[in-house]
Design a protein around this ligand. Structure first.
Ligand code: SF4
Ligand code: SF4
Length: 155
């Protein structure tokens, strides 16, 4: 998170939970200077070292995602699950409808069209991409690892 190639983006330092720091989702990490970076970069926890959002991963590819899709610009952090069969998204609760905007919604559609399950939340509701639209979903309560799974569509 917040390596130099992230530029001035630090959004995952707000949106993601960091177990080692007992930092909940949706709150700025106390070690982050928003828009600048991590003040404990050399000693940041393993989960921070290991994390790369889809935008950051793409910067190594022949066709990287454009600057407009950098999470601090589009207000959504997307990342693959370990087996790369799922994409999880976190939309900034300060901009809860940002996921509806182009080009981020277009990216959600393109990923889903590849057969990858796409789920995301905005701090209020959770959604899953289903045949070109985002449907509200109910998730299970968190298990001991904080994992919640799909229960049913709500609309
Ligand atoms: S959201 Fe992505 S680009 Fe932004 S700081 Fe985190 S890893 Fe870097
Ligand atoms: S420790 Fe650093 S990299 Fe990890 S969430 Fe906090 S500010 Fe971000």
């Amino acid at each position: 998170m917040a390596a130099n190639h992230c530029g001035t983006c630090t959004l995952c330092c707000k949106l993601l939970a960091i177990g080692e720091l007992e930092k909940p989702k949706g709150q700025w990490c106390t070690h982050c200077t928003p828009g600048s970076g991590c003040r404990i970069y050399e000693n940041r926890p393993a989960s921070c070292r290991d994390f790369a959002c889809i935008w950051l991963e793409s910067q190594k590819e022949a066709k990287p995602l454009p600057p407009a899709l950098r999470p601090d610009k589009c207000k959504v952090v997307l990342s693959f699950s370990e087996d790369r069969k799922d994409v999880m998204g976190f939309c900034d609760p300060s901009s809860p409808d940002a996921w509806k905007e182009a080009p981020i919604f277009g990216l959600l559609e393109v990923i889903a069209q590849q057969g990858i399950r796409v789920m995301f939340g905005n701090g209020r509701e959770h959604f899953a991409m289903d045949r070109g639209r985002a449907r509200r979903v109910e998730l299970s309560p968190a298990d001991s690892k904080g994992v919640r799974i799909f229960v049913r569509f709500l609309d």
